[in-house]
Unconditional design. Structure first.
Length: 403
């Protein structure tokens, strides 16, 4: 077995939590033959938080706007993404000549499973700012072939983060929660390489990540999120509210499935607060209940749709930084295990085994960009529901002309 020459990629991600832009410089090398696997080394990672004005513009665009507002935001976000890429490259000590390409997810403004999806962030501006080729618009090709366009992270979960001998679940808790259930490494790679198109790798959105928690905190306390889970930890969980919301129709849908802020809207947040208030809840109780609801949806979805029970669940995303949410998830898994007499997976942080979990999705899109540039499929049809594997993304050339 030999190792291929390393390739540098930059991954850019702006997620549903609207915290800011994540930029990762990643080195990929392949253990040849390719079927044996790919290695990823995180060379540098930066996060550029959105200013209040930037965040407000993005939030407003998700609720409505003019053609002029969308046009300007598309261009401006491209500049912000390009700036993040430059900062990451400088931090890694590399230039455009060292980097094979930049993979930019952009920012989702609208996602309608079964029909269409829309991510903004002008790739041409990223290319001009960095000098690098840019791969963007990853989700639309999967949707064109009948997929949900999400989740796309399962390819990285299976290729980069599988356990050597056990089933493992990777639970991301961004604005929206999503899970990938991955078999042992060799089985995962064999499944992706076969006509089964990754049938053993299963993934879907579990429901809210931090979108409801952040929403109620912003409404009631005027801060972007519950720092370290401190607000929720001092509140009382209103269990009847949690139980009533587990009847949400999305939770009963069979995978593949995906969701977004189109479901967990400001109207949903207002109704959630009203429900808690009617049940006698204080503002701290509302935050505690939102946190418990998120945890309950995760455990509920595992009980319904995640089989076999994984040995461990690795948490990543902004929600993994909330200790109260992590405790709620552990309790919710234990409760389901007792009720159904089924095994209870251990809950661990992604950081314990790999790198900074905040970088995980940026690394995942760097991999999808790498696969695009090497002519390989990036979607997992078993996860998205697509009819076939496809090379994902559209290419914007860099600034260096080739003779």
């Amino acid at each position: 077995m030999s190792i291929s020459a390393p390739v540098l990629m930059v991954g850019l991600m702006s997620g549903t939590s609207l915290d800011g832009i994540s930029a990762a410089v990643v080195e990929f090398s392949e253990r040849l033959p390719v079927s044996v696997g790919t290695q990823a080394t995180l060379r540098h990672f930066v996060q550029r938080p959105y200013t209040p004005e930037q965040r407000a513009r993005l939030q407003a665009a998700m609720q409505g706007g003019t053609a002029q507002a969308y046009c300007r935001l598309q261009a401006d976000l491209g500049t912000w993404l390009g700036d993040a890429a430059v900062e990451a490259m400088q931090g890694a000590g590399v230039t455009s000549r060292d980097v094979r390409g930049i993979a930019s997810h952009g920012q989702t403004l609208w996602h309608e499973p079964g029909h269409s999806t829309w991510q903004i962030g002008d790739a041409a501006r990223i290319a001009e700012r960095t000098g690098c080729a840019v791969v963007s618009d990853f989700r639309t090709r999967d949707m064109a072939v009948g997929g949900q366009g999400a989740p796309l992270v399962p390819m990285a979960d299976a290729v980069l983060f599988a356990h050597e001998s056990e089933w493992r679940a990777l639970q991301n808790i961004g604005g929206i929660g999503n899970v990938t259930l991955v078999p042992p490494a060799r089985e995962a790679l064999a499944s992706l390489a076969s006509d089964a198109s990754g049938v053993q790798v299963r993934a879907f959105d579990t429901g809210p990540g931090v979108v409801v928690i952040d929403g109620v905190v912003q409404r009631l306390f005027g801060t972007p999120y519950d720092t370290d889970g401190a607000l929720g930890a001092t509140g009382r969980i209103l269990e009847p509210v949690v139980e009533s919301l587990l009847s949400l129709s999305f939770l009963g849908q069979e995978p593949p499935k995906s969701t977004g802020r189109e479901l967990f809207t400001p109207v949903f947040i207002d109704a959630f607060i009203a429900h808690c208030t009617e049940a006698g809840g204080t503002p701290h109780d509302v935050v505690a209940t939102a946190t418990a609801f998120t945890a309950a949806t995760i455990a509920d979805q595992y009980a319904r749709f995640v089989h076999p029970v994984p040995r461990e669940v690795l948490l990543s995303g902004g929600g993994a930084r909330n200790p109260f949410l992590v405790r709620c998830i552990e309790r919710a898994f234990a409760r389901h295990g007792e009720q159904a007499a089924r095994a209870v997976p251990s809950v661990r942080l992604f950081d314990e085994l790999f790198f900074d979990a905040e970088a995980k999705e940026a690394v995942a899109f760097a991999l999808l960009g790498y696969l695009h540039l090497t002519g390989r499929a990036g979607n997992v049809p078993a996860a998205t529901g697509a009819r076939a594997p496809r090379v994902l993304g559209a290419l914007t050339p860099g600034t260096e002309l080739k003779s």
